[in-house]
Design a protein around this ligand. Structure first.
Ligand SMILES: [Zn+2]
Length: 449
């Protein structure tokens, strides 16, 4: 049993923080939460500032981190960016992927992320041949997350064709399996203790309708989350309508893919009917605003989705930045720009998207500081220049609209301190690890001697 004393804690209801909260944990669970403890026991670990539930990064492609800053200087659109992303994908093998993903997940840990959903489709070698261990790449991700101290939901992605009318080509061949049954067998063979398995349909353009049922059945049998990229680009909607007569969301609905275990990622370019379908089925919608703005995707109808019943969660996707606070505020701020109206999302609802709802979309019973939940929580420094002067009665608003990853001082995952005093306990200098994984030949542009 461990005891933690939060100077302030956000307990998930409303915007206010509660003072002097004693959190007791046993193994990886919270056993008791006692607010306003006047006389804490001597053996507590004190967490200064505001303690939040661990942040959930519900949509990640770890290898995209290698592109940060390298794709911002030229013209183009999503499809020209994709060519640069494919070049990065072609360079990775299980060893280099382990080193890159370990550093990326450690960056996430420093930013307060305690669970990540890795939307994983780098299954084969760069020539499209299966590795001797067909799950070598997935196992590299699992080892990376374990070293970084972050919970992993490995979202094993079915990716069978390059478009409605073409096969996998070039580097796409490493994303594939022979067919949906082969995908299901490979995904079923992945078993790493502590890692949650989930299924993904890469997109309706990459998975034929007959295969959709196989992927959905695999997830249903295991009560596992099911994720799918949906309507990030107008061109993919147009191709789907041309090939099937339906929007991607309508096609997924017809195939029985939507529902309470399903996460639609992006959901940017939707019809009114699409919004209704996602809401009525209580599907999750994972918004990735910093990536969506980086790739010139567009701004989705987040407020309408939430009003209709869809459950919003957040992902850093391409890792243009790893900052779940920024993802959360961007949901509201982007809609302000689009609609000319403020306050369509309450700050505490945005913080729930970054915590409890994201955890649920990844199949974890966390995201809330409450007895019985996973013991994942993070401390945010209320004395930082960004948060100094914060009003505890509106703590959620201060954190969502002004906090940065640098304000995260401590991260506890499953009752274990992964980050203490802004330092990764196991891995130390995460900047160095990132530099070595991303640019081993150009050296580390560090602070110097
Ligand atoms: Zn994605």
């Amino acid at each position: 049993v461990s005891r933690w004393l939060a100077e302030w804690a956000w307990l998930g209801d409303g915007e206010a923080a509660t003072p002097a909260v004693l959190i007791e944990t046993d193994g990886d669970r919270i056993t008791t939460v006692t607010p306003a403890v006047p006389d804490p026991p001597a053996d507590v670990t004190r967490l200064g500032g505001l303690v939040l539930p661990g942040l959930a990064n519900a949509h990640s492609h770890a290898f995209h981190r290698a592109l940060r800053g390298r794709t911002e200087s030229g013209a183009g659109d999503f499809w020209s960016w994709r060519e640069q992303m494919y070049a990065a994908a072609a360079r990775l093998d299980p060893d280099s992927y382990f080193r890159l993903a370990r550093a990326v997940y450690a960056e996430m840990a420093l930013a307060g992320v305690t669970a990540v959903g890795e939307f994983h489709y780098l299954h084969r070698d760069p020539d499209g041949r299966p590795y001797a261990n067909a799950n070598a790449m997935g196992e590299a991700l699992a080892a990376a997350a374990a070293d970084a101290g972050v919970r992993l939901t490995l979202i094993d992605t079915c990716y069978l064709r390059g478009g409605f009318d073409r096969p996998l080509q070039g580097v796409q061949r490493r994303f594939g399996d022979d067919d949906a049954d082969a995908w299901a067998d490979r995904a079923a063979a992945f078993a790493v203790p502590g890692v949650r398995r989930a299924a993904a349909v890469h997109s309706v353009r990459a998975v034929p309708p007959t295969a959709l049922a196989t992927v959905a059945g695999w997830a249903a049998e295991r009560d596992a989350p099911l994720h799918v990229h949906v309507s990030e680009q107008r061109a993919e909607n147009a191709a789907c309508v041309e090939a099937t007569g339906m929007t991607p969301v309508r096609l997924l609905a017809e195939q029985g893919i939507l529902g309470a275990r399903t996460t639609a990622v992006h959901a940017t370019h939707l019809t009114t009917d699409d919004v209704t379908l996602l809401g009525q089925t209580r599907s999750f919608v994972c918004l990735c605003p910093t990536t969506e703005r980086s790739l010139a995707d567009g701004i989705g109808p987040a407020a309408d989705l939430a009003r209709t019943g869809a459950r919003l969660c957040l992902g850093s996707d391409s890792h243009a930045v790893v900052d779940l606070f920024e993802e959360a505020r961007a949901v509201e701020l982007d809609e302000r720009l689009l609609t000319g109206r403020r306050g369509q999302h309450r700050p505490d609802a945005l913080l729930r998207a970054a915590t409890e709802t994201g955890m649920a979309a990844l199949g974890w019973d966390g995201g809330r500081i409450e007895a019985g939940r996973l013991a994942d929580f993070v401390a945010v420094d209320l004395g930082s220049v960004r948060l100094a002067g914060a009003d505890p009665a509106a703590a959620a608003a201060h954190v969502v609209f002004a906090a940065a990853p640098a304000d995260v001082t401590d991260v506890v995952v499953g009752g274990r301190a992964v980050v203490a005093d802004r330092r990764h306990a196991r891995l130390g200098d995460v900047g160095q690890l990132l530099a070595e994984a991303i640019a081993p030949d150009t050296g580390h542009l560090g602070r110097g001697g």
